[in-house]
Design a binder for this molecule. Structure first.
Ligand code: ATP
Ligand code: MG
Length: 433
């Protein structure tokens, strides 16, 4: 059907027949985060633009090219959040969460907006599950947050996902590194894209993250930060590796990861798959020890990650992972005439009050069409009411899978009797499994 207005490029609809996949991953991430001691936080969809410029960084792709910024009637300018960390830290500071003892551990499931070129695994509105931990500089915290992301990936049933880790040091070790990078890129200055030319003076590390083929070719031979780490950062990175090994988590050191947001310090990591094409980073994160102070708080070390839920679901689909099947209707009660319909309404009401999924005809269809509908919605049981059933106060309850029927009273014990039949069915199904 031709609709008059179509959805914007780079956005997705989730139809009722597909939403169980989202419910599955939302359940996995929520259960896992809570098991690791993280509590949910909810934040606004838009923030003052300055929040992202300060935290994500004014030389990043996100701020320079990808933000959706709006202003309404002379207000300050606002930006639809391109990621979850900045707003979360802002909210924790604004609501005094940081005063409630350390470490503070929060998680979120939210939509993000970036003006990027839409393609498989890259959308303009996408969803992230993210975790943030504030108030610890210990490498065991880095390992624990990586373990959380890994646990989500394992529970989703994913295989072939590689964990890449790196350390991008602290502002101290970066001084020498920036100098070395600048010298290196100066020699290919004429070939760099215009954005990177500007980055050369201000923040040469950002050139390493440029998506242009020429810049990334030049960047591939640039000096790596691991060779410039100070003793403290080196020690932190080694301790992280020991912790990961103790947790039996396999990893690869990838000195090329720098991450696309400016606020990272020391540990950075990515979980990557080759199964969904070029956009294979399912999860990315790291430590951001300077961010809280930048946003007006005290100097509190922190870390976190963001996991792209579209990419997670895409990988699960590609790998044939299992999703939780949606619950279907427990009972459909069909009616043959007006009196039966009245009885039908009162039985369905009683069933729903006890928590059962009960449905009946709302369209005015004939019996045959009602039964067809019961089949289509996957009803576990069905029942037909007509004048005979009303007279005898009893009807046949039909198991829709096996076709077996039992007589069931329509009197005051109806809901209890139905409940017993449903329990029997559940046991029978479990035995089959
Ligand atoms: P990429 O290098 O793929 O652009 P990124 O470094 O920009 O990723 P982050 O800012 O770290 O990504 O966001 C964390 C996660 O969010 C990514 O690992 C990815 O799974 C997901 N993500 C980021 N941008 C998009 C997008 N445009 N569409 C879908 N998912 C995305
Ligand atoms: Mg990106």
């Amino acid at each position: 059907m031709a609709v008059i207005v179509q959805r914007p490029k780079g956005t997705q609809d989730v139809t009722p027949s597909q939403v169980y996949k989202w419910h599955t991953v939302e359940k996995i991430v929520k259960d896992t985060a809570e098991q690791f001691g993280f509590k949910e936080i909810r934040i606004p969809t838009f923030e003052e633009t300055g929040l992202f410029v300060r935290s994500v960084g004014d030389t990043t792709d996100v701020v320079q090219k990808e933000m959706y910024t709006v202003s309404a009637k002379g207000d300050a300018t606002f930006t639809l959040r391109p990621e979850g960390t900045a707003g979360t830290i802002r909210a924790m500071l604004e609501n005094g969460v940081m005063n409630e003892g350390f470490p503070q551990k929060v998680f979120y499931i939210l939509s993000c907006f970036r003006h990027e070129k839409p393609q498989s695994g890259r959308l303009r509105e996408f969803h992230q599950f993210g975790c943030e931990m504030a108030g610890t500089a210990s490498p065991s915290a880095d390992a624990d947050i990586i373990a959380l992301a890994k646990s989500v990936i394992d529970r989703a049933g994913l295989k072939n996902i590689e964990l890449n880790i790196n350390s991008i040091g602290c502002p101290e070790c970066r001084k020498n590194y920036h100098k070395a990078l600048k010298e290196y890129f100066e020699s290919s200055k004429n070939e760099l894209c215009e954005t990177c030319l500007g980055r050369l003076e201000k923040n040469p590390m950002r050139i390493l993250d440029c998506k242009s083929p020429i810049c990334s070719e030049i960047a591939s031979k640039a000096p790596v930060i691991l060779d410039y780490l100070c003793d403290d950062c080196k020690e932190h990175f080694e301790a992280l590796q020991e912790n990961l090994t103790a947790m039996d988590i396999e990893f690869k050191i990838n000195p090329k990861i720098v991450r696309g947001l400016d606020y990272y310090t020391r540990t950075v990591f990515e979980f990557v798959t080759t199964d969904i094409g070029a956009q294979g980073t399912v999860c990315g994160g790291g430590r951001y020890d300077g961010l809280i102070e930048t946003l007006g708080g005290q100097s509190v070390p922190a870390l976190g990650f963001g996991m792209g839920l579209e990419r997670l679901i895409l990988t699960m689909e590609k790998q044939g992972c299992e999703f939780l099947m949606p619950e279907t209707c427990d009972i459909y009660i069909a009616a043959m005439d007006k009196d039966a319909q009245k009885k039908c309404v009162s039985l369905v009401k009683a069933l729903r009050e006890e928590g059962y999924r009960a449905e009946y005809d709302l369209v005015g269809r004939g019996l045959k069409a009602q039964m067809k509908y019961a089949d289509k919605i996957g009803a576990k049981f069905s029942m037909v009411l007509g004048s005979n059933e009303l007279e005898n106060d009893s009807a046949k309850l039909k198991n829709m899978k096996t076709g077996e029927t039992v007589d069931i009273t329509l009197g005051s014990s109806f809901v209890d009797c139905f409940s017993n039949e449903l329990i029997n069915l559940m046991f029978a199904t479990e035995e089959l499994l």
